[in-house]
Design a protein around this ligand. Structure first.
Ligand code: F6P
Length: 486
């Protein structure tokens, strides 16, 4: 099989480059090994009517990386517009932040169609396409319009919200109906998958049976594939990173003081404001913790051209300065706040240095920082993960200290509990989390999805009724005969 993986952002595989986002960093090692062609945006745009999309191709492990210049006229409407000002807020249950024009939607569809045309050059008779994330919800439908008959799968890295929330996205029916051109749609959690199926049933009035949606496109299977990491590799990276100059300098600067760490893109879904308020509350309620613990918050700037992100940058900066102003001392800064990205070769060491990892998003698909923090710990003296129950990772890492990120006092108390947790309890919780990470690696995720995508082709028999009402007169066969993919 010739696998073609598609995502908006790609990674060139330099470990010392700042992280390019969870998806690209996670995919890199498995794509490299698989021999797939990984196609994505070059980060550049190009004017005019290109007959042939401009593609730069370079070797990547056993396969290749193909980077496309996207059309200049549609890039803004696609990326800052529909993808990140309509879909992103909706997918993270913030319909109040949805801003999108008709033109944005058209640009989004144009870029999806452009990508489909570009992919044709990589198609072989035994190809399979695996499309990643919310930037390309309609890419499967565009490929089918170009007569691509090979298997096409899709994986969503973000959450999928309730019908009421996704219903706030302009053109939601048109778009989600187009998604049903995929043979297989993967989600991070059961809840996301159920929300999607229930939308198909109740909003699109389609027949849904045993995880399969019947539509005019044929059968689409929806299933759960929680994304993982390579815990062994990350642990090795963390040990090595302890001698990196940035990590050594951090350790020297601590003077016996404890450290909590947060690493996030500067995004409203990450719960940064509430997290900082929780630290503020903790230092106020427990003055003995001033000078005893500080927070290192790395917040990588993101999507700065979008108003909601600009506002958030200002709000977080102001709050950090306010908290530092009130709790700081001449020789002590409570929050070290950094607006830049770091490579995993440094991050792994920063995680291992911190006694507490704080991962407290308001909504998150999976959140691989949580998994990486755990994998980076010293087994003899592991740190404690404080994790939002609204991150997909909480389903697996249920021996972390789970918090409600809307409850500031609750988070303040939990962070203090984490700081004073005895070694035996820390080890017990950490070992249980490591067992989960070892059982659901990124390699396993990749293999499970590809197996299921190949299976989905076996199920292209004649269709039953497409519309849900009247009810299905015969039971539909399950694609995987009842087997669960996580
Ligand atoms: O959460 C899904 C995701 O694709 C992440 O992998 C990534 O960090 C983000 O969304 C996309 O960010 P960006 O807009 O910087 O590409």
């Amino acid at each position: 099989m010739n696998l073609v993986v598609v995502s908006n952002r790609v990674s060139r595989g330099k470990p010392n480059e700042p992280m390019t986002g969870g998806l690209a960093a996670a995919l890199l090692p498995v794509v490299e090994k698989s021999g797939a062609i990984w196609v994505g945006s070059s980060g550049r745009v190009r004017d005019g009517n290109q007959k042939e999309p401009f593609v730069e191709i370079e070797a990547l492990g056993a396969g290749a990386l193909a980077m496309l210049d996207l059309p200049a006229a549609h890039y803004g409407g696609y990326y800052e517009g529909f993808a990140n000002s309509a879909l992103w807020p909706a997918l993270h249950s913030r319909p109040d932040l949805i801003r999108a024009s008709q033109d944005d939607y058209l640009s989004y569809r144009e870029v999806n169609a452009f990508m489909a045309r570009a992919l044709l050059r990589f198609r072989k008779p035994d190809s399979a396409f695996w499309i990643q994330d919310y930037h390309f919800l309609a890419l499967g439908a565009e490929l089918r319009d170009l007569d691509v008959t090979q298997p096409i799968g899709f994986f969503l890295h973000t959450p999928w919200p309730t019908r009421a929330v996704i219903g706030g996205v302009p053109h939601h029916r048109d778009l989600i109906e187009a998604m049903l051109a995929y043979d297989l749609i993967g989600f991070q959690t059961e809840e996301d998958c159920e929300n999607f199926l229930s939308y198909a049933q109740s909003e699109l009035k389609l027949v849904v049976h045993d995880g399969i949606v019947i539509s005019r496109h044929g059968r689409t299977r929806a299933a759960v594939f929680p994304i993982g990491i390579d815990p062994q590799k990350f642990a090795q990276q963390a040990t090595k990173a302890m001698t990196h100059p940035d990590v050594s300098r951090l350790r020297r600067s601590l003077n016996g003081e404890k450290l909590a760490i947060g690493v996030d893109r500067l995004d409203y879904s990450k719960g940064l404001i509430n997290r900082i308020k929780a630290f503020d509350r903790m230092w106020t309620l427990q003055p003995s913790l001033t000078r005893a613990v500080s927070l290192l918050q790395i917040a990588t700037p993101s999507r700065g051209a979008i108003e909601a992100y600009g506002d958030l940058q200002n709000e977080v900066a102001k709050l950090v300065s306010d908290v530092n102003g009130r709790h700081g001392e001449v020789d002590w800064t409570p929050i070290r706040y950094l607006n830049k990205g770091y490579g995993q070769n440094v991050l792994a060491g920063l995680y291992r240095t911190a006694q507490v990892g704080v991962v407290t998003p308001l909504q998150d698909g999976m959140n691989l920082v949580a998994k990486e923090y755990v994998a980076a710990q010293n087994p003899a003296d592991p740190g404690v993960l404080v994790l939002s129950k609204f991150a997909g990772a909480a389903n697996e890492l249920d021996t972390a200290l789970l918090v409600n990120p809307h409850d500031i006092d609750g988070m303040a108390n939990t962070i203090a509990t984490a700081l004073s947790m005895p070694l035996t309890e820390r080890r017990m919780r950490w070992e249980a989390m490591m067992t989960k990470l070892r059982g659901g690696t990124i390699q396993q995720w990749f293999a499970d999805f590809i197996d299921a995508l190949q299976d989905s082709q076996l199920d292209r028999g004649p269709l039953g009724p497409v519309i849900a009402d009247p009810p299905v007169p015969w039971p539909l066969r399950s694609v995987n005969n009842g087997a669960r993919y996580h």
